[in-house]
Structure formats: C-alpha cells, structure tokens
Design a protein around this ligand. Structure first.
Ligand code: ADP
Length: 486
C-alpha cells in the first residue's frame, strides 16, 4: 500500500485518483502527525510526502520515519516546490530509497517513479523473505548436524565402554569407527579382523547381506594379534535408520568360545550318556520280553506288561537323545530307497492300535504311492505325530489319520481333538527342546520329538506344519514327493 501525505485535500485526491487508476492500493494522511500514527499501525510499500506542510514539514516527518525500525526502509518520494530542496531531503533521510518530484506534478513521471519504487519494494521484500528462509534453513541444518554429532558421540562412548569389539560403518558398509579393543585384533581400524582359514571372510559376507537391509549375524573364529588361538565370535550388525533410510550399521563381535565349548561338552555328554544307557536297556528289554512270554500267572503277566511298556518309553527317550546327538554331529544316517508308502502307514497305525488299545484310530484315504526315502525314519515321524496326538488328547480318545495325494505329492496328516496349541507358539514347535508351557502339565516330554521329525522331513524335501486351535485339537501334517502312483 502507498501512503500519500499532503495537507491539501485536493492534492491528496488527485494523487490518489492517478494511482488508484493504475490499481495501486492507496492510503492518505493530511498531516505529518497523522502519517506517523498510520505508519506505526500499517505496512506501507512507499510514502509520497509533501515537503511543505504546516506543523511538521516533510523533512521532519522523514527524519522521524528514519528513527523507527518499522519505517526506516520505506522508500519516500518527496513532493517539493523546487529542485533546490533536494539537498535538504537527502540530509534528513539516508537509509531508505529516496526520490523527489517537483510541483506541478507530471502524472507520467509520478507513475514511472512509483512503479520503480514499488517494484524495488517487491523485490526487496522477496529477497528478505528468501533470506529469512535461508537463515532458518541454515539454522535447522546446523542444529540437525549438531544433533547427529551428539548422537554419534554418544554412540561412540557407549561402544567404547563395552567389552566387545564394536564398530560402525557407513550405509555402504565402509567402516567409519571402531572402538579401541579393535586394534588388539587388527592392525588398522578400517578393516575387519582376519578369520580362521576355514571360516568365511567377514567383509564379503557382510557386504552381500547389506543389500537386504536386515540385521546380520555371523559366527566366525578370529584371534588377537598377539595370540595364536582363534576363538569363536558372534558378529552381529544392525542397521541404524533415520526417517526410514539406513544411515549407518552398528556392529559388535562377542566372544562366544566358552558357550561353544559348553555346548560341545553338553552334546558329547548326551551322546555318551545315551549310548551308555542304551546298552543295558536293550538287555533289560530283551529279558522282560522273554519274561512276558514265559509268564502264565495273570497278575504277574500284568506287571511284566506294564514294566515292558515303561521300558519301551525309556527306550524311545534314549533313542531320541541318540538321534539328537547324531543330528548335532551331522551323523544322522539315511538309508534311502524307493518304497510303497501305504504298507508302512498301515503298519504304523496297526502298531498304534496295539500300543493304545483304548484309542480309536480312524483312517481316511489311501497312500497308494511310491516315494523315495528312508522308510524307518519316515515311520518314526508318523509314530511321533501319532504318539503326540495320544499324549495331548486330554480324554478325547480319537485320532484321525488321513492320506491324500495329487499328481506329484502325497500328504499325510494326523489329527487329534485334544488340547490344541495357541497360534503364537505354533511356529516354534519344531525347534529343539521347545515345549508349550501350558502343555507341560498334561504330559511329560523333552521337547525333542518334533525337532527330530523336522530334521528327517527336511532331509526328504518334505513340507510340514501344524494347524491347531486351543481346546479343539491339532493336525500335524507333511507332504512328500511321489515317484510313482501305484
Ligand atoms: P514332547 O512331546 O516330548 O514335549 P515334541 O517335540 O514331540 O516334544 O513336542 C513339542 C511340543 O509341542 C510339546 O511339548 C507340546 O507342547 C506340543 N505338541 C506336540 N504335539 C501336540 C499335539 N498333538 N497337541 C498339542 N500340543 C502338541
């Protein structure tokens, strides 16, 4: 808006008309005092100021305006009676844009000057705005940088305080920081420690995993520069994200040699113990079986039968433990050949009927197919699924075994109507030593049966799983590739 200050209403009127005709918004004041009040209240792009006025004259008004921070930069066009007054004008008002027009006013010249000042004002305003934006942007960046530096510093002091080797890398995987422990393992802090000749190199494995953007874990043997012994370390690296973008990776190497040794000793113990237990138990089983055949007396026969039942349970437990140690040491053997599935399935069900005479085993479908695998091991899976169905049946003495086939695979499922398994536990069932907490009160067990099943099924390229609902029962299933339909 333009402010015109003139004591003569007719001058105000004519100037206002000229400017309004050219679409300039205009405000007027009839005295210097009124003008000063208006300037404090409103924002003006330009002031047209009459020099000769009663009371405050134009120079005094200009001087006053130059004293307010709000108005000191507003350009002024003085209206003066003679060009000689110009020297007074510049004296009073130095900082803002300044010009003058002598009376009588030539409207073309006035418009030209107003337009020039107005444009100048607009450009200055835009420039100031840009400057403000830039200033706040610089401020913001400075602050962000300071925050990043503070965070990095905090992270580094944390990593410095832990006993593990620790490092951070850029998003590209290039090492940017290592803690002081690092130099005990490597001469420089921009390379990963050297691994045991039989273990993979760290850098290529890590770089390959980077592209996936997921946490990375690797067990490798590394050693201190001053020592000859390699020790197992767990390398674990996590991505650090800002606004969902990975900005760096933070990793540690934790010495797990002692745990590894403890696990090895435990595995060796399980292996030795189960072998040692197995031998006398086999003899006991043979004698009890002999005794069973020889015993005529009803009560004694009953006792012998019960003993045999418990001995068989013990035998299964020890066999499972032996299997576990075979899996751990990679020594589980499979004698694979082509065989008919149906007789094996029928045999397993017959055996279940004999072992659990008060249960009803229903059959659906036939497994008329030839598959390739170790029949004894696959039967072990079936027996395990069936005995679990019995074990977790909670009074519903019914089990349904179904066989279904399509063109290339045979699907076997064992369904019970027992306690069922909550959804959140189902994914872990096939893990070693896993037992659902709630079921431990229903039946004893070591939590290794399904783990062995999973190992056997994996080695036969089988798909397997469970569908279950608490209190409605479970269905354990697997599918195996068919070689021939019979
Ligand atoms: P174990 O039965 O000796 O504990 P498994 O490896 O055979 O070990 O089974 C692991 C766990 O899975 C069991 O402890 C039990 O919690 C659950 N589970 C297995 N089969 C069933 C089933 N048919 N119904 C309910 N829970 C089951």
């Amino acid at each position: 808006m333009i402010l015109i200050i003139d004591d003569k209403p007719e001058n105000l009127y004519s100037l206002k008309t000229i400017l309004s005709l050219h679409s300039f918004p205009v405000d007027t004041a009839e005295s210097g005092e009124e003008a000063l009040k208006k300037v404090l209240k409103n924002s003006y792009a330009l002031i047209i100021l009459d020099v000769q006025m009663p009371g405050m004259d134009g120079f005094e008004v200009a001087e006053a305006l130059s004293g307010y921070s709000k108005s000191k930069d507003i350009p002024i066009i003085f209206l003066s009676a003679a060009s000689t007054e110009k020297r007074f004008i510049t004296k009073g008002y130095t900082s803002g844009g300044i010009d003058y027009i002598t009376k009588p006013i030539d409207p073309d010249i006035l418009l030209l000057k107003v337009k020039t000042f107005y444009k100048l004002f607009e450009q200055t305003r835009q420039l100031n705005e840009m400057q403000d934006i830039l200033r706040s942007e610089i401020e913001f960046r400075k602050q962000a940088q300071a925050e990043i530096n503070a965070k990095a510093q905090e992270l580094r002091s944390t990593l410095e305080s832990i006993p593990q080797l620790a490092f951070t890398t850029r998003d590209s995987g290039q090492i940017e920081y290592t803690n002081s422990q690092w130099l005990e393992y490597q001469h420089n802090s921009y390379q990963f420690p050297v691994t045991h000749p039989d273990d993979p190199e760290i850098a290529p494995a890590f770089l390959a995993a980077l592209t996936l953007g997921r946490p990375f874990e690797l067990e490798v043997r590394i050693k201190k520069k001053a020592e000859n012994e390699y020790r197992y370390h767990l390398m674990r690296v996590l991505p650090a994200r800002e606004n969902d973008v990975i900005v760096r990776w933070v990793g540690t190497f934790t010495d797990i040699e002692d745990q590894k040794q403890a696990i090895k000793r435990k595995d060796e113990f399980i292996s030795i113990a189960s072998h040692e237990l197995k031998t006398p138990l086999t003899t006991i089983k043979a004698y009890v079986q002999l005794l069973e055949r020889m015993t005529e007396d009803g009560t004694a026969k009953n006792y012998v039968e019960r003993t045999l039942f418990q001995v068989k349970k013990l035998d299964t437990l020890i066999t499972d433990l032996l299997d576990i140690s075979r899996i751990e040491s990679g020594k589980m053997k499979f004698d694979k050949k082509e065989f008919e599935f149906e007789p094996m399935l029928a045999g397993a069900i017959d055996m279940a009927r004999q072992t659990y005479p008060d249960f009803n085993f229903a059959r659906e479908g036939a497994a008329q197919a030839e598959v390739f695998g170790d029949d004894t091991r696959l039967e072990q899976v079936l027996v395990n699924f069936i005995s679990n169905a019995v074990k977790y049946s909670r009074g519903r003495k019914e089990v349904c075994i179904q066989a279904k086939s399509d063109s290339d695979k045979l699907m076997i499922s064992v369904k019970d109507f027992g306690i069922g398994i909550p959804k959140e536990y189902q994914a872990d069932l096939f893990k070693k030593f896993y037992r659902v907490e709630e079921t431990t009160t229903h039946a004893q067990g070591l939590g290794i049966g399904l783990y062995i099943c999973s190992e056997i099924l994996d080695r036969h390229d089988c798909k397997y799983g469970v569908e279950s609902e608490p209190d409605h029962g479970s269905t354990f299933y697997f599918s195996i590739p068919i070689i021939n339909h019979s």
